[in-house]
Design a protein around this ligand. Structure first.
Ligand code: DHB
Ligand code: FE
Length: 285
C-alpha cells in the first residue's frame, strides 16, 4: 500500500493550529477567574526555578538566545497545546486524580473533539471502507465502585488510525473517523469494533521536534485509545488504554502510561484480528 510519510500529512503547523482552535472552542468561558495570590505564588516559584537553573549551570547568552528563539518558534508553529500536553499535562493529571477511586485517569492530549456521533452498545467506530490496520474488538462493562452495572453510561472514544493520524487534525480523513460516543446497554456493557491504532509520533517538523532532536530524545508515544467515560451521578474518567508489548510503554514521550491501563489483546475467536476486554469503574460525583 502506498502511503505518504506520516509527518507530511500531520505537519506541526497544521495539527498545531487545529489543536489551538479546538482548545479555545472547548474552554473559552469555562475558566475560573485567576486568583492574584495564586498567580503570584506559582509564577514566582516557576521563575525562581528558571533563575536557579541559570545560576547552577552558568547559562550563557548564546544559550539564552537559543531558548528565546525556540520559545518564539513554539508559538509561531502553533505548538503550545502539543508541548504542554506532552511535557506538563501528566503531572496536572496526577495531582487532579490523586484521590480518584475506580479506573485510573491519564492525559487528554490535544486531539479530543466533543459531540462525536452517538452509537449503540454494540457498534463499530466510524471508519473508512478500506480502513487499514488490525481489527480490534474492544468490549467490557461500566460499573460503579460497588460493582453495580451502569446502563446508558457514555464512552467517548477517539484514536489515531493505522498511520498514527487523528481525524480533524491531519489532512484528508473524514471528520468523525475513529471517533464515537458509545452508550452502554442495560447491563452496562459495550462491544466496539475498531482497529488497533499505531504508535504515535508527535509532529517532528516544528519547534517540539527541534527540541526533541536537540536533546537526543525520541518523539514516540505508545499506541493508545483515548476514552472519556461518564454516567449521570458519577465522576467522569478521562483516560487512555495502551497495548501490552508496545515498544514505547516505558518511554512514552508524554509520560502518560500507567500499569492499570495496559490492554492484553488476544487473537479474535472468529480469526479477524484481536479482541480485548476492559471494564471501567466510576466513583460517585
Ligand atoms: C499528543 C498527542 C497525543 O495523541 C496524545 O495522546 C498526547 C499528546 C501531542 O502531540 O502533544
Ligand atoms: Fe493520542
Amino acid at each position: 500500500m502506498t502511503q505518504e510519510p506520516v509527518n507530511e500529512r500531520a505537519t506541526a503547523a497544521a495539527s498545531g493550529a487545529a489543536a489551538t482552535r479546538r482548545f479555545f472552542a472547548d474552554r473559552q468561558g469555562a475558566r475560573p477567574g485567576a486568583d492574584q495570590e495564586r498567580v503570584h505564588l506559582l509564577v514566582s516559584e516557576i521563575l525562581k526555578g528558571v533563575h536557579e537553573t541559570i545560576r547552577r549551570h552558568k547559562v550563557t547568552y548564546d544559550e539564552y538566545d537559543a531558548l528565546k528563539a525556540w520559545i518564539i518558534s513554539v508559538g509561531r508553529d502553533g505548538e503550545w497545546p502539543l508541548f504542554l500536553d506532552v511535557f506538563v499535562e501528566h503531572v496536572v493529571e496526577e495531582v487532579a486524580n490523586a484521590d480518584r477511586e475506580g479506573t485510573k485517569g491519564s492525559i487528554e492530549g490535544p486531539y479530543y473533539v466533543p459531540n462525536s456521533p452517538l452509537l449503540p452498545a454494540e457498534t463499530a467506530l466510524p471508519m473508512r471502507t478500506d480502513e487499514a490496520g488490525t481489527r480490534l474488538l474492544f468490549r467490557g462493562q461500566v460499573a460503579n465502585v460497588a460493582g453495580k452495572p451502569l446502563a446508558n453510561a457514555h464512552i467517548e472514544m477517539w484514536q489515531a488510525d493505522h498511520y498514527g493520524l487523528y481525524s480533524q487534525f491531519a489532512e484528508g480523513i473524514p471528520d468523525w473517523n475513529l471517533r464515537g460516543t458509545i452508550a452502554t446497554d442495560e447491563q452496562g456493557r459495550f462491544k466496539i469494533s475498531t482497529i488497533r491504532p499505531a504508535p504515535y509520533q508527535i509532529p517532528t517538523d516544528g519547534a517540539c521536534g527541534r527540541l526533541i532532536a536537540a536533546a537526543g530524545w525520541h518523539a514516540w508515544r505508545p499506541a493508545h485509545l483515548h476514552l472519556l467515560v461518564s454516567a449521570a451521578g458519577y465522576s467522569s474518567v478521562l483516560t487512555q488504554l495502551f497495548f501490552r508489548g508496545d515498544q514505547h510503554l516505558k518511554d512514552d514521550i508524554a509520560s502518560a502510561v500507567k500499569s492499570e491501563l495496559i490492554l492484553d489483546p488476544v487473537p479474535a475467536q472468529d480469526g479477524s484480528g484481536h479482541e480485548v476486554t476492559y471494564n471501567f469503574v466510576l466513583a460517585p460525583a
